[in-house]
Design a protein. Structure first.
Length: 243
């Protein structure tokens, strides 16, 4: 974590190239999730109750491995493909925001202001318009301006080669085909798969079933090895290998 923190402080201030800027944002996410994992680990050592903290630690680490793989990808995929992927993910994020209107209503109402839902919805429309003007569509055929999602057909019409962001599996497959990244990317992806099981519930696995290549597995993991695999990936990102 100290290396990430030091790296961030050493970067020049001001306007940065887009991929470099995104790389720093993703490194900050990794740093934040690792720091949170460290705090939870400290509670494990303090209380001795690993069962209470294993799940949240696993979920945080899963995000770290995903972010590391994606950062490596945008560094090696070429600027055109990387930019398209970033644009597509921005559109997907904007589309998903349209499904969070109830959250916005609760936020406004929590201020104590007495506002009716119609007015709050109007504020929501304005907020979405200001935040995602380029990523959403505005339907002016109705009596009032309405913000709607960008459709897959719109993306095709705009020249996108894909209409859905690349999966982590495809990211890993792309990186594994690069000889100098094969080992690191394979380890990152295997740990990502392991911690991905923490998202899913099963009666027997309690949501943390081992995603093993072997037929018979268990839920034990050597955490220092997982952190070393992540560190190897992060160091390649920070050293700008593959740009």
């Amino acid at each position: 974590m100290k290396k990430i923190q030091k790296y961030g402080k050493e970067q020049p201030q001001g306007k940065q190239e887009r991929i470099e800027k995104v790389k720093l944002l993703l490194l900050y996410r990794i740093y934040s999730n690792l720091y949170s994992s460290l705090l939870l680990t400290a509670q494990v050592l303090k209380t001795g109750k690993i069962s209470f903290f294993q799940l949240p630690i696993g979920l945080l680490l899963r995000c770290c491995f995903t972010d590391c793989l994606f950062t490596l990808y945008i560094q090696r995929a070429g600027k055109k493909r990387a930019y398209e992927e970033l644009n597509l993910r921005t559109i997907e994020y904007a589309n998903s925001m349209l499904e969070r209107q109830e959250v916005y209503r609760d936020q406004v109402k929590s201020t104590g202001k007495i506002l009716d839902d119609v007015f709050i919805d109007h504020l929501w429309e304005l907020t979405m318009e200001d935040s995602f003007l380029e990523q959403l569509t505005f339907d002016d055929n109705l009596e009032e301006l309405t913000v709607i999602k960008q459709s897959k057909q719109q993306l095709k019409d705009e020249g996108f080669s894909r209409v859905k962001s690349i999966t982590t599996k495809d990211v890993a497959n792309f990186l594994i085909r690069i000889p100098e990244l094969e080992k690191v990317a394979t380890r990152l992806y295997h740990y990502y798969k392991y911690f991905s099981q923490y998202e899913h519930f099963s009666e027997n696995g309690q949501g943390d079933v081992l995603a093993s290549l072997e037929k018979e597995g268990n839920d034990n993991i050597h955490l220092p090895s997982a952190i070393r695999a992540l560190r190897a990936g992060v160091e390649i990102v920070m050293n700008n290998h593959g740009k």
